[in-house]
Design a protein around this ligand. Structure first.
Ligand code: 5GP
Length: 102
């Protein structure tokens, strides 16, 4: 079970910014920007390389949630979305970083 699955089940505390049926958004514990959020699917997929055809809607939801949160936080004019993959990935449970220094 990944650390993010434990966060999703509230086994481990975190600062939750947003939640919907298939994903959660939390503040990164070691932020590297003024805003540093993690958009995490509740489905435990290890990496981008493990995505299946039926994950398309979920991945699309991650982007649309990022867009909504960026607007809500008024950072929509300057933010970055990124995925680390495998060797560059500390937590092997897919997540998208949302970063902004506005
Ligand atoms: P990765 O390198 O896997 O893309 O990034 C994992 C991110 O998760 C890192 O930025 C790290 O700070 C964050 N992180 C790791 N463990 C925890 C945790 O227990 N809680 C929170 N909120 N963030 C975490």
């Amino acid at each position: 079970m990944s650390i993010f699955t434990k966060i999703i089940s509230r086994e481990i505390p975190s600062e939750i910014v947003y939640e919907q049926d298939n994903l959660i958004v939390i503040k990164d514990i070691k932020p590297i920007a003024k805003t540093h959020l993690l958009i995490i699917p509740k489905k435990e997929i290890s990496t981008i390389n493990d995505l299946q055809e039926n994950d398309r809607e979920l991945m699309s939801d991650m982007i649309f949630v990022a867009k909504k949160i960026a607007k809500d936080l008024k950072i929509e004019n300057a933010y970055e979305l990124h995925f680390n993959v495998w060797d560059l990935q500390e937590v092997k449970h897919i997540h998208m970083h949302l970063l902004s220094n506005i």
